[in-house]
Write a protein of this length. Sequence first.
Length: 406
Amino acid sequence: MTTFDLLIRRAQLRANPPGDLADIAIAEGRIAAIQPGLTGEAGAEIDARGGLVTESFVNPHLHLDKVYTLARMDELAMRDYHGGGMGKAMNAIELAARVKDEYALDWILPNVRRAVWLAARHGVLHIRAFADVDSKAKLIGVEALLAVKEEFRDIVNLQIVAFPQDGVAREPGAAGLVREAMKLGADVVGGIPWIEYTDADAQAHVDAMFDIAAEFDKPVSMLVDDAGDATLRTTEMMAVRAIKQGWQGRALAHHARAMALYPKPTLQKLIALLKQADMYIVTDPHTGPLHARVRELLEEGVGVCLGQDDISDAYYPYGQNNMLEVAFLASHLLWMTTRAEMDILYDMVTTKAARAIGLPDHRLKTGAPADLVVLDAPDVFEALRAHPVPAHVVSRGRQLAVPDLA
């Protein structure tokens, strides 16, 4: 008789008709078999009781060094970021930067640990996590995230982004700090070119970060066009550089909110570039009044996924690291409310989000890594409606026990 490490019994799969249940066998951290009535023994069993079992959730965008910092701030940055059609988004970033005057490991580390445990509780097992690097933050945020990455290496996978939040041309020495962060062990080169004062400086920002990415052979994640300004074109700059450098599939654009204001011909040109660059867009429609044109991007075959972005910081007061909650909010904000659209939203927090951060094998299939959630809901519709904490979370083939976070 075959022996497995873990068996999940009576699982509802998204591909199966309602009530057509299957068993999932796991061995050595991977999915060994998926079929009804599996025979065999296991060291542990989970009875899904007809609940939906899928890939775990993925958060491709979280400013992890800043979680729970709202208590240290006033609400001036949030007012400017959310108000006036995002015309004062740059001012909001300058106001939000004040929290970095008091960056210290002794308070950042507990905040980050809490947020990562919250992710584990909600079945979010892969996070692309940003840490600011500049004259205020220095490398403190990167050091905190690196420490927590090691602590959680068998539970939640963190991809750490060295992020020059305050610019490169505007912030002398920031590019050097990004390079130092990569030497320390950061996984992704960040960027925010739209924050620069001129188009020439924005292009220099893009080029400098892609140069560092080439030097360390790492992917790139950039916050682009994150303001209510129809003249912003840094998404285009990023896509063009990715194509020239051969970084197709290794460059990820976040926000791109200004495209909400683009005329149709400009949007179509950008879409063509995004497809050539194989460049996904991460959209976070709940954290600002403008957002990428998700429907049109999807219709044209551009990869789009959803991110949490912030948890209780100067830009956004809420957030639980619950990607089902993010998809629930997006369903309203994007008016994606049919069952077919709900399925797309679910992909945008699981398989599409995984593909965006370089995890193409993150699928419920034989041989894939066993990072799974067992939901107390029979289908995607009910999962989004209630966005519940998973009944069970399986990470690297092991059932997680998450501590009480109260």
